[in-house]
Ligand binder design. Structure first.
Ligand code: DC
Length: 226
């Protein structure tokens, strides 16, 4: 079987990982794997059942009843299928963001999702984004990037994005949500968000999207002949 390539992009919420990874995946002809969407699907499933994301016994009791399938449409959009139902849009709320962060701290959840993520990378060239891709999921990834920005810049970008979509948004509340998620994602005992020693850090606080893409393409180009 031909070698497949993998690019890991980790970083905190709102750093622009998905925007960058999607663009790059399209240009390189790789699959873009959004691993946050998989954790969001778990959170959404438990939420429908009324199980608190902090309730480890409840999570353990119901997790086996969840089947997750992923498929990519012709535009490369990753669809999340929860027990046969497409929940791609439903998992994108602020409430589910917080619950996904809490639910992702449980061992049973991380174990369940690990093989699924590795299989996707075994069979395809992938750009995978998340929190623990370089450190746990794909420790041998060909390229590892840690994409970050200050919490204020991330909150401002999120606020602008929501306003542009015609949604209500409040900068202070968004900043609080981002800081809370940063804390949870970096302080959990299993697979916390952290920069690996062999990651290249890109701080996008003072960069626009085109500059970030150019920088990441240059990093990728040094490691993978594209
Ligand atoms: O990338 P996102 O904002 O959609 O992720 C939602 C939550 O899922 C995030 O706050 C933590 C969790 N997550 C994780 O623990 N590990 C990953 N590889 C991806 C996401």
């Amino acid at each position: 079987m031909a070698k497949t390539y993998s690019i890991a992009i980790d970083g905190p919420a709102g750093a622009g990982k998905s925007t960058i990874a999607k663009r790059l995946a399209r240009e390189l002809g790789y699959y873009y794997v959004d691993t946050g969407a998989i954790y969001r699907t778990v959170a959404y499933f438990l939420d429908l059942l009324g199980v608190s994301p902090k309730d480890v016994d409840g999570v353990e009791r119901y997790i086996d009843e969840l089947t997750i399938d992923i498929y990519y449409d012709e535009d490369g959009l990753q669809h999340m299928i929860m027990n046969g139902m497409d929940v791609t849009n439903e998992i994108r709320t602020q409430d589910i963001s917080q619950k996904a962060s809490l639910v992702s701290a449980h061992v049973c959840v991380r174990e369940m999702l690990l093989d699924m993520q590795r299989e996707l990378a075994r069979d395809n060239n992938v750009i995978m984004d998340g929190r623990d891709i370089g450190s746990v999921v794909l420790p041998k990834a060909d390229v590892k990037i840690f994409l970050t920005a200050s919490a204020e810049v991330r909150a401002q970008r999120r606020t602008d994005e929501m306003l542009a979509k015609g949604q209500k948004a409040n900068f202070q509340q968004t900043l609080k949500d981002i800081q809370q998620r940063d804390y949870q994602d970096t302080h959990r005992p299993i697979a916390p968000l952290k920069m690996c020693r062999d990651s290249v850090k890109v701080d996008s606080s003072d960069m626009d999207i085109e500059q970030v893409i150019a920088e990441i393409k240059a990093i990728v180009g040094k490691k993978i002949t594209v």
